[in-house]
Design a protein around this ligand. Structure first.
Ligand code: RIB
Length: 298
């Protein structure tokens, strides 16, 4: 499976704490670690670990983090020829607090915001070569729209993970084959009430949706727009950062197996990913995923 990801590349600076601080409070944390991250890079790595041939289109700064991030991606087998190194801008950073089994994330976009329509157009061949094209919203919206337009032009399925959430223009929604939000992200993307149930939100989407439901698995609509639910795989979570990205990478990797099976495998991969600290550390390879599926079935 050939996958082209258009997306962000960040260095994650992760603080662990027994609980989240209150506003104005200073709290003594319990640890600090630095991990490779960024939704685009995470999705690229998730798909590559599972055996896909992955190309990433994005940007890093001409700095130490940028060099580390590129090297890390290359070590994972991700082709980074479509990643620009931008002078005089810092690489993307994510300030992450992990506490109470959850996380808070603040992203400083840096070089990720140097990705634009022109730089995406320059990488058109990578989109034309792909079996599946995938993007998120940590790069500018016009660059995402251009990627979606090129994917459509070349007849490639376009998966959009609408995170971080923002209202999506009709122009983009018309180009999307599958949206992969959580419930909150779908409500924001479509300008709908956050009080609607996941089923009501999915029913109102103008395209197919695969909605992640955290510990409840995923809800998805088939091409016939009927809704189906996939249960989650129970694990003890250590760090949920990157679970959605693992889900998306696996969904793209197993796209050719049909949506129900791709969603099942994506749920299993995402479950495994939360068992280790850091967005990419727990992402399984194919052997680990198969072993986990067998142990879950027995
Ligand atoms: O989805 C998790 C990712 O969000 C982190 O790796 C962080 O970099 C932010 O982009």
């Amino acid at each position: 499976m050939n996958i082209t990801v258009i997306g962000s590349i960040n260095m994650d600076l992760v603080t662990t704490s027994p609980r989240f601080p209150k506003v104005g409070e200073t709290l003594l944390g319990s640890g600090f670690q630095q991990f490779m991250g960024g939704k685009g890079a995470n999705q690229a790595v998730a798909a590559a670990r599972l055996g896909a041939k992955v190309q990433l289109i994005g940007a890093v700064g001409d700095d130490g983090f940028g060099r580390q991030l590129l090297k890390g991606l290359q070590q994972e087998g991700v082709n980074t020829d479509g990643v620009a190194v931008v002078p005089a801008v810092s690489s993307g950073l994510a300030n992450i607090t992990v506490a109470e089994g959850d996380n808070h994330i603040i992203v400083i976009s840096g070089a990720n915001f140097a990705v634009n329509t022109e730089s995406v157009r320059q990488q058109e061949a990578r989109i034309a070569e792909a079996d599946v094209v995938m993007a998120q919203l940590e790069t500018p919206l016009d660059a995402v729209i251009e990627a979606a337009r090129l994917a459509k032009q070349h007849g490639k399925p376009f998966i959009l993970n609408p995170a971080p959430a923002q209202i999506l223009p009709k122009e983009l929604l018309d180009l999307v084959d599958v949206l992969t939000p959580n419930a909150y992200e779908l409500a924001i993307s479509l300008g709908l009430s956050e009080k609607l149930s996941p089923e009501e939100l999915v029913a109102q989407a103008p395209c197919q949706v695969v909605m992640t439901l955290g510990a409840k698995g995923a809800l998805f609509s088939n091409a016939d727009r009927n809704q189906h639910q996939q249960s989650s795989f129970p694990v003890t979570p250590v760090d949920t950062t990157g679970a959605g990205d693992t889900f998306n990478g696996a969904l793209a990797r197993y796209w050719d197996r049909g949506l129900p099976e791709a969603v099942r495998l994506a749920c299993a991969a995402a479950a495994l990913s939360v068992t280790r600290a850091g967005a990419q550390s727990g992402m399984p390879d194919e052997a680990a995923l198969q072993a986990f599926l067998q142990s879950s079935e027995s």
